[in-house]
Ligand binder design. Sequence first.
Ligand code: NAD
Length: 285
Amino acid sequence: MPGRLQHKSALITGAASGIGLESAILFALEGANVLLVDINEKAVEEAASKIAKKTPNVKVLGTKADVGKEEDVKAAVDKAVAEFGRLDIMFNNAGIMHPADDNALNTEEKIWDLTMQVNLKGVWWGCKHAILAMRSNPIDESKGLRVGGSVINTASFVALMGAATPQLAYTASKGAVLAMTRELAMVHAREGIRFNSICPGPLKTPLLMDFLNTLEKRERRLVHLPMGRFGEAIEVAKGALFLRPETCAETLFMSVLVASDDSSYMTGTDFKVEGGLTSCYVTPL
Ligand code: NAD
């Protein structure tokens, strides 16, 4: 069976850990050439070479970049185009949650600025350089589709709902990612470049678990989760089960779905992978 991302080229940021790493594995298994990008050089190179060994039919590379620096983002996009010939999928996934991010009174301006630099400007620059690269893709209009590229931005459930355990800069940055993604989707809809957000729920990745470092902090959140557990990164990479009417039994991975041409009429959407959290008033006992 050919993979759903055969002949595609993808760049994933924050790819040395968590959602980015799991997505890089899935994308390569589905047939895409993948450039893993992360600020952690050693981890990203190790991750890329491990995936490359398991997926010899595609090119998998790793490179260091700080998404909080536009020149780094541009260099990473240029590298993907130089290595793979084109860029079809840009997954702007890297993000930070600073331990000193707090409420309106306690959050220092430098923490606010750093969070916006990485979580918001980093995604803006990723979108900007992806658009420039994707505009050079030859467009296949034979099937009546304009397929220029797919940009996926990782937002968060906190972009959709408030929490009395504040991380104000993080929340504001993710709300902005959601709004920005929607607008980009409209601006570029007619050139075949699609933009969608993924809103993960609270996950068992270092980003959250380093912060929820006591049982009390974890329990304070777990009581609000309908499923009574934190999610796994792979569950965001795989996402919801997508049943195709023809087969009624086929699992389509969320990030692969959004990245692939199977979602060619989906743009400006906020995909929630949050265990029912944003639909919940009272959780089960
Ligand atoms: P993670 O900590 O497992 O991975 C994040 C990766 O991003 C790390 O490898 C890190 O080195 C990299 N990174 C950090 N700053 C960077 C920078 N400036 N440039 C390049 N790379 C950088 O975290 P994760 O949970 O997989 O998070 C991925 C995304 O999902 C983030 O945007 C995060 O905000 C979002 N998210 C996470 C959760 C959660 O509960 N974990 C919930 C909602 C949204």
